[in-house]
Design a protein around this ligand. Sequence first.
Ligand SMILES: NC(=O)c1ccc[n+]([C@@H]2O[C@H](COP(=O)([O-])OP(=O)(O)OC[C@H]3O[C@@H](n4cnc5c(N)ncnc54)[C@H](OP(=O)(O)O)[C@@H]3O)[C@@H](O)[C@H]2O)c1
Length: 338
Amino acid sequence: MNNIYRMKYRSVIVTQRGSSEFLQVVENFLRAPHPGEVRIKILSAPVSLPDVEARYGRSPFKLKVPFVPGYAIVGDVDEIGEGIQNFSVGDRVAALTVFGGYSEYIYLKENQLVPVSPTLDPAEVAPLILNYIVSYQTFHRSARVNPGDKVLIIGASGGIGTAFLQLGKLANLTMYGLASKSKHEVLSDYGAMPIDYRSQDFLEVIRETEPGGLDAIFDGVGGDYIRRSFSLLKPGGTYVGYCNPQSLSGMFRYLGLVLWLNLLPNGRSAKLYGTGISRFNRQPFLDDWATLFNLLEAGKIKPIIAAKYPILEAAEANQQLESGEVTGNIVLLGSGAI
Ligand SMILES: NC(=O)c1ccc[n+]([C@@H]2O[C@H](COP(=O)([O-])OP(=O)(O)OC[C@H]3O[C@@H](n4cnc5c(N)ncnc54)[C@H](OP(=O)(O)O)[C@@H]3O)[C@@H](O)[C@H]2O)c1
C-alpha cells in the first residue's frame, strides 16, 4: 500500500445535538478518491448560522448525528479519481457542500466544484460561496432590484446582511436595515439607515420616512416579521424570505403564509429565496459566483471577516458566532492558508 494511505487527516464532527461543546476533532485515514471523485485539501470554510442550526437540529431536514458540519469550502485539488475531465491536481476550487467543510480534506464529485482564481484570498472567497450568493440571488434573481429601489434588510449586520449592504450599495439601492444598536456603524458605512429592532418600532420609522412604501424586503429572521413587514411594501413590491424555518412544520407554515400573502388583492408579492432558481440547473450559480469573484478581484466587494480560526478550532468559532456579537463573517482556515 502507498505510504500516503497510512496518513491521517482530521475533521470536526458533531457528536450530539446541542451547544458547540459537542464539536469534537476526530482522525480519519486518507484514501484515494473513488472514480468521479476529487480529493480537496481545504484552505477555508465559512462558519455560518446554518451550521449552528444543523448542530441543534433546528432545520426542516435534519442531518443524522454524527456528521461533519461546514456548508461551503475553498481548497486545492489534491488528487483526482478516474474519469475526472475538467479539474487537475493543484486547481483551486470551491463548493457549496451543505455539510463536510470542517475538515482538513474533503472528497467531492466533479460536478460540485466551482473554479476559483488562485489570486483571490481563500478567506475572502469562503463567504462568497454561501452568504454572498444568497444575497446576490435574492437581490437580482428573486426581487430583481433596480437602482433607486427602497429596500429593508431584516438582519443587516450578519453574514448575509453585510453582503446585502455591500451589494446594495453597488446596486444604488436606498437601504434600511434592522440590527442591534452596537452594530449600527457598519450599516451607516454602506449608506443604510440603521434601525434598532429592540428599542425602535421599525414599522413606524419606515412609514414616516417612506410614506410611499418600499420596493422590496429581505427577511433573514422570519417569525412575526413576515406579516408585519409585508404591510410596508408599495403595490408591486416584493417580500423575499431566506430564513431557516427551523422545522418541517415551520416550513409548511412559512410556505402557507407566503401563499396566503400572494392571494391578497394588493399587488404585493411574497417569495422564498430559491423559488425559481432550480437546484438542478447549476448554471445560474456558476454565473453568479463568477460575477462575485470578479467583484472581489476588482475590489468592489470585500467580505467583513470578524474572526479567523484554524479549522480544528471550529468549536471556538461556533461559540463566537452564537454569542450574537459578530458583525459579518467568521472563517475557518486550513494549514495551507494560515
Ligand atoms: N436560504 C438559504 O439558502 C440560506 C443560506 C444561508 C443562511 N440562511 C438563513 O439566513 C438567516 C441569516 O443567516 P446569517 O448567516 O446571516 O446569520 P448571522 O450572521 O448569525 O446574522 C443573524 C442576523 O439576524 C439578526 N437578528 C437576530 N435576531 C433578530 C431579531 N429578533 N430581529 C431582527 N434581527 C435579528 C442579527 O442582528 P444583530 O446581531 O445585529 O442583533 C444578525 O444581523 C438564517 O436563518 C440562516 O439559516 C438561509
